[in-house]
Design a protein around this ligand. Structure first.
Ligand SMILES: *Cc1c(COP(=O)(O)O)cnc(C)c1O
Length: 397
């Protein structure tokens, strides 16, 4: 196990530069997930600019790494916590609980208590049973009611599993009011890696009407609208520029009454572009006219997002050569589905050569397993302090 250590350097480091990648692999081994906290900051600033006036709560789920959480909170962002483990991480890092909301629509009593004891006040619910769980905590908790807007176009449609039908939202607010539980507002998540903002706009407009109805009925303060995540990033296919993507969202939000506080829960957009995966060739074989390269990371590791998250990461060898041969990149396990990419044209590689996967910060390492006892990639977080851009800390901290 790699022990925590701090390496300080005075000059600026671009950890995605080939020289730095080689140096980091030499120092920390392979496979690696290199997280660049400076790129985390850049993503956060881009989204802030695209959504002025919207408070951004980083959703920990795609990359629940202490360095990322610290970076976003130091930049003034808020947090979106969904599990007791995420609550404990925020707590351990000393994040002010007032800056956190708890957004899992389904919780055990103990999960609610853990979050309340930490000091979280705002929770999400989407059905009567879940609202009733808050009766004992009505003095200390308030709710965002999650509304479902189906989004078959999104790569991951998060409104299938969670959220009430818009027609039932006011009835839920009525139930909460009857039980003496404060309804803070509404939330939705139209699905991750959204192709455009059409669903966001539709949901904002529907929620604006629902909030107005609930307020008219005096069913709670109803002054918060949580527009979720879904902001897309470049993979093999490029995504729309975030400023352009958010333009229709900005217009829709501009029509809301001034008292409505708008928040968002970006995950992928903050973490995705901020990390690369680096794997090494363990061995190779020629099969049916193709070079098969077996890497020390694969579909059961950082590339798990290719299964769970339906992502395709741009992969390339670190070394280049004009002569290219038909190649396959496979993961290390003995399972035959563990193939990262086929029909590639790659330079001839040998054991020890490095393969880099881009845009691998979100839903990669977070969902990796240690199947076949191949360890998860070591996470190395670089540029953790803005003024001290060279500091490096491997996980665990
Ligand atoms: C996963 C998740 C997010 C993050 O979504 P992205 O599409 O990665 O931005 C935000 N909120 C909730 C409730 C989630 O489950």
């Amino acid at each position: 196990m790699l022990m925590p250590r701090q390496v300080r350097r005075s000059r600026f480091i671009d950890p995605f530069h080939p020289t730095e990648i080689r140096r980091l692999v030499k120092e920390f081994g392979s496979p690696l997930l290199i997280v660049d906290c400076e790129r985390v900051r850049v993503q956060l600033r881009k989204l802030r600019k695209a959504l002025p006036g919207v408070d951004l709560h980083y959703a920990l789920k795609p990359l629940p790494h202490p360095a990322v959480v610290r970076t976003v909170t130091e930049e003034g962002a808020f947090l979106d916590l969904a599990t007791t483990g995420e609550v404990q991480l925020a707590q351990r890092l000393g994040v002010d609980p007032k800056r956190c909301i708890h957004t899992h629509p389904i919780k055990r009593d103990q999960d609610i208590r853990n979050a309340l004891e930490y000091g979280v006040r705002v929770f999400v619910a989407d059905n009567p049973d879940e609202i009733r769980k808050f009766v004992p905590y009505a003095e200390r908790a308030e709710l965002l009611l999650r509304v479902s807007f189906r989004s078959p176009g999104a790569v991951c449609d998060l409104s299938r599993k969670f959220g009430c039908d818009p027609e039932n939202a006011v009835a839920l607010a009525r139930l909460a009011a009857e039980l003496g539980i404060q309804v803070r507002g509404l939330s939705f998540h139209v699905g991750s890696q959204a192709p455009d903002a059409v669903k966001h706009v539709e949901a904002i407009e529907a929620c604006a009407n629902l909030l107005a109805t609930a307020r008219k009925e005096k069913l709670g303060v109803c002054d918060t609208l949580d527009i979720g995540g879904g902001f897309p990033i470049d993979y093999m296919k490029t995504a729309p520029d975030i400023g352009r993507f958010c333009a229709p969202i900005r217009s829709a939000l501009a029509k809301l009454p001034k008292r409505v506080r708008v928040i968002a829960e970006p995950g992928r957009f903050i973490a995705g572009p901020a990390a690369i995966g680096v794997a090494s060739v363990m061995g190779r074989a020629q099969r049916e006219g193709h070079w098969w390269y077996y890497l020390d990371d694969g579909l059961y590791g950082s590339y798990s997002g290719q299964l769970y998250d339906h992502a395709r990461y741009p992969v390339e060898p670190l070394k280049d050569s004009p002569e290219r041969l038909p190649s396959v990149l496979a993961g290390p396990t003995c399972d035959s589905i563990d193939v990262i990419a086929e029909n590639l044209m790659l330079p001839e590689l040998k054991a020890g050569d490095l393969i880099v996967g881009r845009a691998m910060g979100a839903y990669t390492w977070a969902s990796a397993s240690e199947f076949n006892f191949f360890p998860k990639a070591t996470v190395v977080a670089v540029n953790q302090t803005p003024g001290d851009t060279g500091s490096i800390t491997p996980f665990p901290l």
